[in-house]
Design a binder for this molecule. Structure first.
Ligand SMILES: NC(=O)c1ccc[n+]([C@@H]2O[C@H](COP(=O)([O-])OP(=O)(O)OC[C@H]3O[C@@H](n4cnc5c(N)ncnc54)[C@H](OP(=O)(O)O)[C@@H]3O)[C@@H](O)[C@H]2O)c1
Length: 115
């Protein structure tokens, strides 16, 4: 989690970039959402628990992070498609970073950067 973005991270900026982090409400995903948002990225995340998502969105808003999200179980193709359509609409079809934590394979964290 980002504790002091004014020191070591201040030389980096992701302002103007977009990121999708699946499974961003707990654990590694939560930390990645907060790092990316603290660096200025606009982030979209998802999880299966609406209450947990709402709590996170509220905390991120208080912290001034640009994070939005929706409930999506990524193991269901129809839910993935709906989420991707939302993300595409929100980010105007421009996605720079994809972090897939709630992936189809256990113990795999996928991280893609697009330019
Ligand atoms: N922790 C480690 O040391 C470690 C090491 C190597 C790899 N990994 C891998 O990294 C990933 C994250 O690990 P973690 O320890 O941070 O897990 P975690 O604390 O359990 O967090 C998982 C996140 O993914 C969401 N999620 C789980 N299943 C989902 C689904 N089907 N659709 C959408 N969202 C889903 C969870 O929210 P909901 O439950 O609300 O959906 C939560 O936000 C896992 O794939 C794990 O296997 C972890």
């Amino acid at each position: 989690m980002v504790k002091d973005s004014s020191s070591s991270l201040s030389q980096w900026s992701l302002r103007g970039t977009t990121a999708l982090v699946t499974g961003g409400t707990k654990g590694i995903g939560l930390a990645i959402v907060e790092e990316l948002a603290a660096l200025g990225a606009t982030v979209y995340t998802c999880c299966r628990n609406q209450n947990q998502l709402n709590e996170c969105l509220q905390q991120w808003k208080i912290k001034g992070f640009q994070v939005s999200g929706s409930v999506c179980d990524v193991t269901f193709p129809a839910e993935r498609e709906t989420m991707i359509n939302n993300v595409s609409y929100m980010f105007e079809a421009k996605l720079n970073i994809l972090v897939s934590l709630s992936s189809f394979s256990k113990n795999i964290v996928l991280f893609f950067i697009f330019y």
